[in-house]
Design a protein around this ligand. Structure first.
Ligand code: HEM
Length: 190
């Protein structure tokens, strides 16, 4: 979620478009709810694009159950294979301008990308993440509420969103931003 907020702050046009969608669908008299998520395609696209660029598990591991051949390479049984999600989801063969934060790409043709294993922030197969439904409900709701209720100020012109060198590909620099109240959906007097 901090990557989503960082990308939104660095892409004011995306933030504006997202806020417009939330204003249209939810309005300002109540907070974004989980049940709104299905009616907020651009919000979902923002979360999908964030997970593409910043998967929380950039690498996963598998152990071969039996000898197999992949692209002409013999992989012996019991070999441990690392899958690089981070690289797969930035592969220029699957993604146009792969390093660019562009949520619109998820408004169409997502299924096709899934089938080609080009988009796997939650892994794939029988050990894929069982928390995907919960995550894809909670993250949009929280990010949606943060965008709905607050403007976000930062110290300099742009945030430094360099990816850190750790195995979790976390932020190299802590996200520092300041909320400024826009609307208070709990304020019945307004
Ligand atoms: C943005 C949120 C999340 C992301 C990006 C994520 C991503 C992943 C990934 C990539 C894996 C490895 C899948 C594989 O090996 O193919 C995984 C496994 C797992 N995740 Fe998540 N996850 C998220 C949230 C959650 C939540 C909310 C829960 C539980 C409430 C959860 C529970 C698990 C469990 C139990 C596994 C191990 C599954 C297994 O080995 O069979 N995850 N997750």
């Amino acid at each position: 979620m901090q990557w989503a907020m960082g990308e939104l702050i660095n892409h004011p046009n995306v933030l504006k478009k997202l806020r417009h969608e939330i204003n249209e669908v939810v309005g300002s008299n109540r907070l974004v709810r989980e049940s709104d998520v299905q009616n907020l395609p651009y919000l979902r696209a923002v979360i999908c694009e964030t997970l593409r660029l910043h998967p929380s598990s950039p690498m996963i591991m598998r152990e071969c159950a039996e000898d197999c051949e992949i692209n002409g390479f013999l992989i012996k049984a019991k070999t441990r294979v690392l899958l690089n999600h981070y690289a797969i989801m930035r592969d220029p063969k699957s993604w146009e301008n792969p390093n660019e934060f562009f949520p619109e790409r998820f408004l169409e043709r997502l299924e096709e990308k899934n089938r080609n294993f080009g988009y796997i922030p939650f892994g794939m197969g029988r050990r894929a993440c069982p928390g995907v439904s919960l995550a894809m409900m909670v993250m949009p709701t929280v990010v949606g509420a943060l965008v709905q209720c607050f403007d976000w100020e930062i110290n300099e012109g742009k945030l430094d969103l360099t990816v850190g060198s750790g195995a979790g590909a976390e932020m190299a620099h802590a996200l520092v931003c300041y909320p400024v109240l826009r609307i208070n959906p709990f304020d019945s007097s307004g």
